[in-house]
Design a protein around this ligand. Structure first.
Ligand SMILES: NC(=O)c1ccc[n+]([C@@H]2O[C@H](COP(=O)([O-])OP(=O)(O)OC[C@H]3O[C@@H](n4cnc5c(N)ncnc54)[C@H](OP(=O)(O)O)[C@@H]3O)[C@@H](O)[C@H]2O)c1
Length: 313
């Protein structure tokens, strides 16, 4: 259960600065961060501030390199004011280059995740057939567009005709499957990708994953980025894909964006270039007011968001 509380702001210590937070990020992964089931990071402590990325302006500082009126992106938490030191900050940003909110989506964790997984694990080649789940979402839409930049043919899976239309018109997918309107995703994939799928960027697991695995090409590369479509506990059973991997000599790899944080600035610069050139666009779903953050998390877990879910403070 979330509680909305107010507190005094502590005096700054040397090396700290105070950020007035303007937008906070809402991410599917937060469901795991507030659970006590083993994960890749410590659970958010009871009575702790909800962990999240945010973007905001420095309004007071005791750090020589972080000055008042500069904008930063980093672990600011679900709060209006955040006292942080350098270790919590990923980036200083120039608000003239892109709207602040974009630094949490297509130019933020979503874009960095998309780039890290697609470039490093999928290793795309021109004309590869690429399948993306949550194709209209924040990470998925970035992967779809990166794949087009790299000359691939893209197939997206999403849950509604509205999202499917945006996938085609805005994110440039060549084909889109509304997975809620079929009980045979595999046969549809077989028809639209008869030679098989070369890269699979999966954000959901479950039946969408199983259907794509039935349609791999030889030497396919598969990124496991998210599992939003399956329960994390108890772990569900599914088809065994050992022979598929063997026969297709395919590679499958889990992705954790935190492993790529040392490359954050480098990847950001690439994404920003494509953004400025108009090659990387995005949708945003912005709620108003910190008190709406928990409802925004539930919204995303029900698939009702369209694009990067944010809260404007
Ligand atoms: N590994 C990492 O480091 C990393 C980093 C960031 C994000 N991720 C993962 O990437 C995925 C997408 O994250 P995002 O921030 O871009 O969110 P998003 O795609 O903008 O929003 C989540 C989407 O998930 C889909 N969804 C929700 N419930 C579902 C269900 N029960 N079954 C199938 N699909 C469901 C919905 O899309 P549809 O309507 O299209 O089904 C929903 O819009 C998540 O799995 C997230 O955990 C991983």
């Amino acid at each position: 259960m979330f509680q909305f509380t107010t507190d005094e702001i502590d005096d700054l210590k040397n090396g700290q600065f105070l950020v007035e937070v303007e937008y906070i990020s809402v991410d599917p992964a937060m469901r795991g961060w507030i659970s006590d089931i083993e994960n890749y990071s410590e659970p958010v402590p009871i009575n702790g501030t909800m962990r999240s990325f945010g973007v905001g302006k420095i309004i007071s500082s005791k750090h020589y390199d972080f000055k008042v009126n500069e904008y930063v992106v980093g672990w600011l938490g679900w709060q209006k004011f955040s006292v942080v030191d350098e270790s919590k900050i990923k980036l200083k940003i120039n608000p003239q280059k892109a709207p602040l909110s974009k630094n949490l989506g297509v130019l933020g964790l979503s874009g960095i995740t998309a780039y890290a997984g697609f470039i490093n694990i999928c290793k795309p080649k021109k004309n590869d057939v690429v399948v993306v789940t949550t194709a209209a979402g924040s990470v998925g839409s970035a992967v779809g567009q990166l794949a087009k930049i790299y000359g691939c043919r893209t197939i997206g899976l999403t849950s509604s005709n509205k999202k499917a239309a945006i996938c085609k018109s805005k994110f440039g997918y060549d084909e889109v499957i509304n997975y809620k309107q079929t009980n045979d995703i595999s046969s549809i994939l077989k028809k639209i990708a008869p030679n098989g799928i070369d890269c699979f960027f999966d954000n959901v697991g479950g039946i969408q994953f199983d259907a794509v695995m039935e349609n791999l090409n030889v030497k396919a590369r598969i990124v496991i980025c998210g599992t939003i479509g399956m329960p994390s506990f108890p772990i569900p059973n599914g088809p065994r894909f050992n022979r598929t991997l063997l026969i297709k000599r395919a590679k499958i790899e889990g992705l954790l964006v935190l492993d790529y944080f040392s490359e954050y600035q480098k990847i950001y610069n690439k994404l920003l270039k494509w953004y400025v050139e108009g090659k990387l666009v995005s949708e945003e779903d912005i709620s108003d007011g910190l008190e709406n953050a928990p409802a925004s998390l539930i919204k995303i877990l029900n698939g009702l968001n369209l694009g990067k879910q944010l809260v404007k403070i």
